[in-house]
Design a protein around this ligand. Structure first.
Ligand code: G3P
Ligand code: CA
Length: 268
């Protein structure tokens, strides 16, 4: 498929602002995303959860507890209830040295609000989180992409990459729209290897793989790249690891510090 306008092909290496510039501002808030854009990140990374009333919101956890002043599962709360929560004060309390008054009272954004704010000049690296908890999540995502013209009439996109740990979720998206570029995430507990068969199978629906960086090695990256797949490890926050990822052949990294990764890219 042709994704030739997409930054993953336009540029050699992409800088993915993980949950926004979440090393500096409360993750998955408009502030964190704006900061990532200001630091010249190529993609805003967005984790999706779905509310009781079927709305897609930007949040990492299934529960609102860690990143808001509320409690409970996203699936049991309406968007109205979630909109009442403070998604910034936790950050000020956890990171006093990074705290800013303006983070107090930030709200949880919907995917639609993120698209409204940043439009089609920005790029989005969107993860279907816990898709087994949210039946209809993929259909809801594709509807929002269509409503905000992130895909053209033929189904192509320049702005969006879809990622998931769930192969089923990616296959579902692929079934609904085979033109969308997909990335298969992995979370390895031990030193990782990837086989010829696995890569052949991934290539049928995805354009890349995204494993945790701390469990892969040069050989793993080489296998992936030899198969023509993109390699986007997460979460690469240390300069030395950024350099290592580049040396091994990464085509992008997820980072909480897009400014630091751009510095490393300039030196590289
Ligand atoms: O999506 C890449 C990386 O973010 C996966 O881990 O838990 O931060 O969503 P997590
Ligand atoms: Ca993620």
């Amino acid at each position: 498929e042709n994704h030739s306008n997409s930054p993953i092909y336009e540029k050699k290496i992409v800088n993915i602002a993980h949950r926004g510039a979440s090393g500096y501002a409360p993750e998955h808030t408009i502030s964190a995303y704006q900061l990532g854009e200001g630091m010249k990140g190529d993609y805003i990374e967005i984790d999706l959860q779905m509310t009781k009333d079927g709305r897609l919101i930007a949040m990492h956890d299934e529960r609102v507890d860690r990143t808001t002043n509320g409690t409970g599962l996203v699936k049991d709360l309406t968007l109205g209830e979630i909109k009442k929560l403070d998604a910034g004060s936790w950050f000020n309390e956890k990171y006093p040295q990074l705290a800013k008054k303006k983070y107090e009272g930030l709200v949880v954004p919907t995917l639609e609000e993120v698209f409204k704010k940043f439009g089609r000049q920005s790029n989005y690296y969107i993860e279907t989180k816990s898709p087994e908890v949210y039946p209809g999540m993929e259909e809801a995502l594709l509807k929002v992409l269509k409503d905000y013209k992130m895909v053209d009439s033929k189904g192509y996109t320049k702005n969006v990459l879809i990622q998931s740990f769930s192969r089923d979720s990616l296959l579902k998206v692929h079934d609904l729209n085979p033109k969308l570029p997909l990335v298969q995430l992995f979370s390895y507990k031990n030193q990782a290897t990837i086989t010829e068969n696995e890569l052949q199978s991934i290539k049928r629906y995805a354009v890349g793989v995204g494993p945790n960086f701390n469990m892969v090695d040069r050989k793993y990256v080489k296998m992936v790249r030899t198969h023509g797949l993109q390699f986007h490890p997460y979460t690469v926050n240390e300069r030395a690891d950024m350099k290592k990822a580049l040396e091994w052949g990464a085509t992008g990294v997820f980072t909480n510090y897009p400014d630091v990764f751009n510095e490393v890219l300039r030196e590289y």
